[in-house]
Design a protein around this ligand. Structure first.
Ligand code: ADP
Ligand code: MG
Length: 682
């Protein structure tokens, strides 16, 4: 008989309403959730030492007898309880801070297991106790074993967690339903659910822990991959829009461009058009390095949709970028007689209403905008194609909410963040991928140099020279992740120093995230028109800004950025035909830091840089704290568990392809997947 684990967690002993509420903050509502609340780390407290063996400074575990207590109130908020402890080989002291009740729990004569760090008390070794266990009581949940430590929150102690999970395991583990069928478990020699649950929480040894973890990693990744595969199959069954025709208008659009598409652009455009023409809804990711010409490709797709009488929408993460797309598209599309609206939060009421009315009536075929596009009140008459730029800045939900303004319309998402193939499979497993792997001809490679503080004058000299040639320069200010305000202040300081002391005869301007949209616009316009020569900016220029006359970029404290982000920033220069220079200043004396930056001197291939960044920093850092669209795995860790992910991906595909997934043994697994697919609207 299996037991239902979906019962509320407060049915357990020692879980009252107060603690149940705290548990819910951790996402634990049911007994099942609790059993899947796995330790964050473990401490190996198995080895028992004798009192004459313990070493000051070390973390040790001993089995001793309490012999006598002394207590001291040192300050109003600091009490010390100290016990004289003995074993057959010696004696010493054990100390607890601010736990006056401990004396009652462990009266003289009690045999206890203690663990803690070793210090000295006079001539004696003294153990600062972190955990204790009365011998014979419970199963030594805290000491004398590999002890689990749980993700927790204020008010829930580790001791309590260990106890309730232990009790829950005793009551439920044997009867827990195993969603992994025996056939799969046997194939990979994975432990069954009961053994694996015990092995995660209270492993006998390292091997048991490893085997148990392996099982839950596979389970988690298989669920994820099945969700993607089944979500895709659902989408493929959907009938969407078949964008037919439009080739004449597209041809006119392409003929009107001042350049010919590269072979890579031609190829991806072919892939996109094939998707658009099919009646199955398109969901395609267009990846391409900065400057590879994604926007033109997207514009061609929009022209095709509009030619067939549908509306198009392009969403970008920042106002600057949205405006830039708007201006570019207007330049390309006005000659074709296609009207475009701009929708951002800085429009006034009248402008906004005009755009909204046009979209609703269908008289406005194309709109470019920011998050403002997904707000309520934005309605389309016939939305046929959604394009999302810098898609990693948006979450899955935001993507979906723009798409839902149409009826199963086509979706094209773009990113210049070169995502290593391995991660793309996870992050965008629900998308087909097109890659522009070639830059337009005539681009010169940006010369990149890592400079130390003592070489700063060289950087300034180079800027001076480029300005004298009539070019322009960017100075990127130190990244301050925690605070946009501090970042703006730091940028202001750099700006003032450069204008007054370093480049008094040139016009310097300042761009940061705290300026209003109108102020930003004005600063950018001045820089476009060449009225200012140096733009001091924070990373707000990271995306999209396109001033081909700018040929130098100086990045302050470059070591604070990830390589992929530096590469993005560097993409703002080298956009014209003149040789461009990127100077990475660092104050770090750390050789490894310098070495990391030097990767950028050697390569301009965004994918290679991203792979390297991922290898050096791991996916958490790689994607930063921003919304990255990567799924949050609870157990699996990428890229460590990449092999398991690839296996799970293969298995998910073949289970679905061969129809095995609909067999009775997979029923429980399928039910979990179905719930996930519904929640994510994949
Ligand atoms: P991305 O969005 O991929 O960073 P853009 O679409 O903004 O790149 O293109 C960068 C620049 O290159 C733009 O100024 C664009 O007009 C130009 N461009 C795009 N495709 C070509 C091409 N095939 N040949 C020459 N220039 C191109
Ligand atoms: Mg772009």
């Amino acid at each position: 008989m299996t037991k239902d684990l979906a019962i509320p967690v407060d049915t357990l002993r020692y879980v009252g309403s107060k603690r149940a509420k705290l548990l819910s903050q951790l996402g634990i509502l049911t007994v099942g959730d609790l059993l899947y609340h796995f330790p964050r780390r473990y401490a190996d407290r198995r080895q028992l030492k004798k009192l004459d063996e313990i070493i000051p400074g070390a973390q040790e575990t001993v089995r001793v007898c309490i012999s006598r207590w002394e207590e001291k109130q040192v300050r109003p908020r600091l009490s010390i309880s100290r016990a004289l402890i003995k074993d057959e080989r010696g004696s010493g002291y054990a100390v607890w801070y601010n736990q006056p009740y401990i004396k009652k729990k462990l009266p003289p004569g009690t045999t206890v297991l203690l663990t803690g760090s070793v210090g000295r008390y006079g001539f004696w070794p003294e153990l600062r106790v972190e955990d204790y266990e009365i011998e014979g009581e419970m199963d030594n949940l805290n000491v004398g074993r590999i002890t689990p430590f749980y993700p927790s929150t204020a008010g829930l102690s580790q001791r309590w967690f260990r106890l309730i999970i232990y009790l829950a395991l005793q009551e439920y583990a044997a009867a827990a339903p195993d969603i992994l069928p025996l056939s799969l478990r046997q194939r990979y020699r994975l432990p069954g659910i009961e053994k694996a649950l015990w092995g995660m929480h209270f492993p006998k040894d390292e091997d048991e822990r490893r085997q148990s973890r392996r099982r839950f990693v596979y389970e988690e990744l298989l669920l994820w991959e099945l969700g993607l595969v089944l979500g895709n199959r659902n989408r493929e069954k959907n009938v969407g829009i078949a964008h037919r025709g439009g080739s004449e208008l597209v041809a006119r659009f392409l003929a009107g461009l001042p350049f010919k598409l590269t072979a890579a652009q031609e190829r991806v455009l072919g892939e996109i058009f094939a998707d658009m023409e099919s009646e199955k809804p398109m969901a395609r990711l267009l990846q391409g390095d900065v400057g590879s010409g994604k926007t033109v490709v997207a514009a061609a797709a929009l022209v095709k949709a509009i030619a067939g009488g549908w509306q198009g929408a392009l969403m970008a993460p920042t106002e600057i970028l949205a405006e830039q797309h708007y201006l570019n598209l207007r330049r390309y599309l006005t000659p074709l007689g296609i009207k475009i609206g701009l929708l951002t939060s800085s429009l006034n009421q009248r402008e906004r209403e005009e755009v909204l009315a046009g979209l609703e009536a269908g008289s406005l075929p194309l709109v470019v905008g920011t998050h403002a596009l997904i707000q309520e009140g934005v309605n389309f008459r016939a939305l046929g194609l959604v394009v999302i730029d810098e898609q990693h800045r948006f979450g899955v939900r935001q993507r979906a909410s723009l798409q839902q303004k149409g009826d199963r319309c086509d979706l094209l998402v773009m990113t210049a963040t070169p995502i290593p193939r391995t991660l793309a499979l996870v992050a965008y497993g629900d998308l087909d991928i097109s890659i522009i792997d070639e830059l337009p001809p005539g681009r010169q490679k940006v010369i990149t140099r890592v400079l130390t503080e003592s070489q700063r004058h060289k950087a300034y000299a180079l800027i001076e020279r480029e300005l004298a040639y009539g070019h322009q320069a960017y100075v990127i200010c130190p990244l301050i992740e925690e605070s946009e305000k501090l970042e703006a202040e730091a940028a202001t300081a750099v700006f003032e120093r450069l204008q007054r002391e370093v480049f008094p005869s040139w016009r310097v301007s300042l761009l940061h995230g705290r300026l209003s949209a109108a102020e930003k616009e004005e600063v950018m316009q001045k820089f476009y028109r060449g009225e200012s020569h140096i733009l001091v900016a924070t990373t707000v220029v990271e995306v999209g800004v396109d001033v081909p006359n700018a040929t130098v970029m100086l990045i302050e404290d470059a070591d604070r950025y990830g390589l992929a982000q530096l590469h993005q920033l560097r993409g703002r220069i080298g956009r014209g035909t003149a040789q461009s220079y990127c100077l990475l200043l660092t104050r770090s004396k750390d050789g490894a830091v310098r070495q990391r930056l030097k990767i950028l001197e050697q390569t301009s291939n965004g994918f290679a840089i991203a792979e390297e960044d991922l290898r050096l920093r791991g996916p958490g850092e790689f994607f930063g704290e921003r919304q990255h669209g990567l799924p949050e795995f609870r157990i699996a860790v990428l890229p460590d568990d990449m092999a398991a992910l690839e296996q799970a991906r293969k298995d998910a595909r073949s289970l679905v392809d061969q129809g095995l997934i609909y067999r009775p043994e997979f029923q429980a697994l399928l039910r979990v997947v179905d719930n996930k697919v519904k929640n994510l609207q994949l």
